[in-house]
Structure formats: structure tokens, C-alpha cells
Design a binder for this molecule. Structure first.
Ligand code: PEP
Length: 252
């Protein structure tokens, strides 16, 4: 059975004091968070190590990184390796967020290597996919998203892909306030699950959590999360408010 997950992508927001405050606000809400959902936060990289220490007594919050490179160590100034992430207790890492694909030219091949390297170090990739508005309007969005997944994840074994989380994030919905309807999201989630099933088998397809991302908030999370193939959300803006993030976790 796939896990229910709410993952917060803090992006490049918050200075250290603000980030610590948000972490404390979340910790205080422990009893109010849905205990059936895995709660993941992905703060900026400079805070990960200190947060990992603080969360030792609050292990119900899991930590995710926003990016990693695909080799263990070496002359790659400015990069962070999966091995380093694991060494400080990181459980998840975003891979291929549309902002990284667009701003840093991350391509399908690179994302395949990143996903594989993370799995090798037991860090679960949260693999992001999703189409631009013009792709949605041109009606080839289904093929587009399938290709993103096939080209970056289908070189993994069944055992490896079972460790991945997939986040469907239509780019036209990210940070725009324009959410995909529950039907639009479910259509793609269902296609992703069916494609995983035909490639890796039904049992593996049922294991993979498929999250929706794109202007998900307390007001629309319940409808989205009630869809058969939506296992939770990757939350940007609303994850910066502890109460909203908590309310989203209670929307299953
Ligand atoms: C995101 O960037 O992953 C995201 C889903 O952002 P937002 O919730 O702000 O649309």
C-alpha cells in the first residue's frame, strides 16, 4: 500500500530565524497533525543539518532536501551528494522540480542519475513531473508526463522504483493559485499508476506514493486527496504556514 504523504517544499525562502520559528511552530502542532500521514519538510540546504539534530526528538517530521548531485564526492563545487545527505539523516530529496528543470537545465538523463544515486544511499527521491500550460492546451500532456517518467525512472529496477515518490505538478498550477481540478489531477495520477503497473507490475505500482502539487491549500486538499490515485501533496506556498500545512495533512 502506498503511504499518504504531505511534503512541504520551502524553496529558497526564510532566513535562519524564520525557518527555526516555522520548525518550532510545526513541532508544537504534533498532536494536531494527521498521524496516518508521513510529514516531510524540505527546507533550504543550509538548515538541514541543524534541523536533523532538532528533529531527533520529533521523528514524526521527516526531512527532505530540495536537490542533490549524483556522485558521492569529488570536485563538484557547490553541489551536495546523496551520501552527504544520508550522513546527516535525510530521508527524502526532491528531484526534477520544474524550477530546477527550467532554471538549471536539468534534463531527463541527469534526473535518472540523481534518482538512482539517491536510492543507492537510501534517500527516497520525490520525483517531480508535470506539463507547461501550452503542453496542456495542445492536448499532448498525457504523453508528455509519461515520457518524463519513462525517460528518468524506467531504468530503475522494480525494487528501486518502489522506493520513489512521484509528484505530479502541472507547471501552470505551481504558485499561480490556479489548482488542477480533482478530475484533471486524478486522470494523470491514474495514468502514472497504470504505466508503473504495466512496466513494473501491479504490486509495485500500488507501493509508489503519487502526490499532487500546484497551489494545494486547506480549501482544496480534501477534494484532491479523496481521489483514488492521489496519495497526498507536495506543498509550496501553503507549507510556509504551520496551520495551513497541518490542515492539509488532515485532509485525507
Ligand atoms: C511546488 O513548488 O512544488 C508547489 C507545489 O508550489 P505551490 O504549492 O506554491 O504551488
Amino acid at each position: 500500500m502506498s503511504k499518504q504523504i504531505v511534503a512541504g517544499n520551502w524553496k529558497m525562502n526564510l532566513d535562519l530565524n524564520e525557518a527555526n520559528q516555522l520548525l518550532q511552530d510545526l513541532i508544537k502542532l504534533e498532536k494536531k497533525f494527521n498521524s496516518n500521514a508521513e510529514v516531510v519538510i524540505c527546507p533550504s540546504a543550509p538548515y538541514l543539518s541543524a534541523f536533523a539534530e532538532q528533529l531527533k526528538d520529533h521523528s514524526w517530521i521527516k526531512l527532505g532536501a530540495q536537490n542533490a548531485y549524483f556522485v558521492d564526492s569529488g570536485a563538484y563545487t557547490g553541489e551536495i551528494s546523496p551520501l552527504q545527505l544520508k550522513s546527516i539523516g535525510i530521508d527524502y530529496c526532491l528531484v526534477g522540480h520544474s524550477e530546477r528543470r527550467d532554471n538549471f537545465d536539468e534534463n531527463y538523463e541527469m534526473l535518472a542519475k540523481k534518482s538512482k544515486a539517491l536510492i543507492n544511499h537510501d534517500v527516497a527521491p520525490i520525483f517531480c513531473c508535470g506539463e507547461q500550460l501550452q503542453v496542456r492546451n495542445s492536448n499532448v500532456y498525457r504523453e508528455f508526463v509519461m515520457k518524463q517518467i519513462e525517460d528518468s525512472l524506467f531504468s530503475l529496477s522494480a525494487e528501486e522504483i518502489a522506493k520513489c515518490v512521484i509528484a505530479y505538478e502541472p507547471i501552470w498550477a505551481i504558485g499561480t493559485g490556479k489548482t488542477a481540478t480533482a478530475d484533471q489531477a486524478q486522470e494523470i495520477h491514474n495514468l502514472i499508476r497504470a504505466r508503473l503497473s504495466s512496466q513494473f507490475g501491479e504490486n509495485v505500482a500500488k507501493e509508489v506514493s503519487i502526490l499532487y502539487g500546484g497551489s494545494c491549500k486547506p480549501e482544496n486538499a480534501q477534494e484532491l486527496f479523496s481521489q483514488a490515485d492521489i496519495d497526498g501533496g507536495l506543498i509550496g506556498g501553503a507549507s510556509l504556514k504551520a496551520d495551513d500545512f497541518c490542515a492539509i495533512s488532515n485532509s485525507f
